[in-house]
Design a protein around this ligand. Structure first.
Ligand SMILES: *Cc1c(COP(=O)(O)O)cnc(C)c1O
Length: 453
């Protein structure tokens, strides 16, 4: 009987995060100050983040020790299990071997606590009393609420209004862990009031909520900002996923031919593939394929441009060189699958430009079809985001069926979908439709890109 799961001991958990920055074939383009157009330094970021985090953002060190206190919290749910998807393989009748690393077993139900816990820890250590953040559907807000509860920090979450109204359960999770959550755009910040003045019915967007959280952090006492994706330190913290997976794949006796993951801002997938990409950069595994799955309705890598852009709508963040749909981009309301951010992690964008990773945009009906197939074979009901990765993995496994190749496919499984059953219901009742973001709207949003240099 072949094994179904590969489990590490607590003592085999990684004790350092892997920092890819010193191993990049060419350096990451600098982050620019929006006013001066000059590269920013650590002091420019000090109003937002504690110094330990800022140092990690720019660190030239390959390995960064995970503080004992953070490792201790990780042990609540880590190491996470690597599964062999034997039932899915059988149903697809494919010679491919499919594995998935399951991050849905954390208290918040996704990979996001991996960085939330680290960020709360460093803030506590630096004397921060309160954090402000944004959240879309609530996965990041609930993860940070969990982490702030553990380290005794206050938290205010600006939640995109349309999700706040339509997805109450994650707000209730945040409140259960002791955080405050309000709909964004709100009247509590100038950024929010400006949007409401122009459009009182604004459904909100991640970009708007980020502007509000940043304004809150820089204008309130003892308050800092925390971000759940995109930036270097978040991808760094998420490398616990890939570091564990690498050991577990060794236990299983395979090295992946293909690694797939979904990308919103790029953190769960970056965390998975970065520890593997070193082998590709070093030409030890030149044929390793790394595929980013993104929604056709918010296609930052496949339809956006790689340019300097703001991380938020109001234009308060430093400028990052990344694949972007423009910081004024608003995802279409029919889109149920998450992954709505206008930009992409600079590290992921850079690796894409270096041809070290690939990207695929997938329409949402096909992602739910894949998610239901996964649920009906493997059992787990996955987050709509994760379903993008499962779709691409199934497509690759079906190609193997045609070619007769027994490739090894590793899926970054970012979380469960227990709070997304309304989207599953829409799919199951045939009410979900595909939506390709119109080229003209993409052009319109791209016209708002800041001029640099
Ligand atoms: C937030 C989230 C994502 C997308 O964010 P990344 O930073 O790209 O990982 C994907 N899956 C789940 C379950 C999430 O909660």
């Amino acid at each position: 009987m072949e094994r179904t799961k590969f489990i590490l001991d607590e003592k085999d958990m990684p004790t350092s995060w892997y920092n890819v920055l010193p191993d990049l074939p060419t350096p990451l383009p600098p982050v620019l100050h929006p006013g001066t157009g000059k590269p920013i330094g650590p002091e420019d970021m000090a109003p937002l983040f504690p110094m330990d985090i800022i140092m990690q953002e720019f660190s030239p060190q390959r390995w960064i020790e995970i503080p004992e206190e953070v490792q201790d919290v990780y042990k609540i749910w880590r190491p996470t299990v690597l599964y062999r998807a034997r039932r899915l393989e059988k149903a697809l009748d494919t010679p491919a071997k499919i594995f998935y690393k399951y991050e849905g077993s954390s208290p918040a139900g996704s990979h996001k606590p991996n960085t939330a816990v680290a960020q709360a820890y460093y803030n506590k250590k630096a004397g921060t009393k309160r954090l402000a953040t944004e959240t879309g559907a609530g996965q990041w807000g609930s993860s940070l609420a969990f982490a702030c509860m553990l380290f005794g920090l206050e938290l205010k979450v600006y939640m995109v209004k349309v999700s706040y109204t339509q997805k109450p359960y994650r707000r209730m999770m945040m409140e259960t862990w002791g955080a405050k959550c309000i709909p964004s755009p709100s009247n509590d910040t100038k950024a929010g009031r400006d949007i409401l003045a122009k459009d009182p019915q604004s459904p909100g967007s991640l970009g708007i909520a980020i502007s509000e959280a940043i304004e809150d952090a820089v204008t309130s006492k003892d308050t800092k900002y925390a971000i759940g994706s995109v930036v270097n330190h978040v991808l760094l913290h998420q490398t616990v996923i890939g570091l564990e997976a690498k050991k577990q794949m060794e236990m299983a006796g395979f090295y992946p031919d293909i690694i797939v993951g979904c990308v919103g801002g790029g953190s769960n997938f970056g965390g998975m593939f970065l520890p593997f990409i070193k082998d590709k950069i070093d030409k030890k595994r030149p044929d390793l394929r790394i595929i980013c799955a993104e929604p056709a309705s918010c296609p930052s890598i496949t339809k956006g441009v790689c340019a300097y852009d703001f991380g938020d709508t109001a234009g308060m963040t430093p400028l990052m060189k990344m694949y972007t749909l423009g910081h004024t981009f608003m995802p279409p309301p029919v889109h149920a699958g998450g992954l709505r951010y206008h930009g992409m992690a600079p590290i992921v964008s850079h690796l894409y430009n270096l041809n070290l990773i690939e990207a695929k945009a997938v329409p949402q009906v096909a992602t739910f079809e894949a998610g239901v197939r996964f649920a009906r074979t493997e059992g787990f009901i996955s987050a709509p985001e994760t379903n993008h990765a499962i779709r691409v993995a199934i497509d690759e496994a079906l190609k193997c069926k045609e070619s007769g190749e027994a490739k090894t496919i590793l899926i970054a499984h970012s979380g469960h979908g227990h709070f997304d059953m309304a989207a599953y219901e829409q799919y199951l009742s045939g009410q979900l439709s595909d939506y390709e973001y119109p080229e003209a709207r993409v052009k319109e949003a791209l016209a708002s890109l800041p001029k640099v240099g």
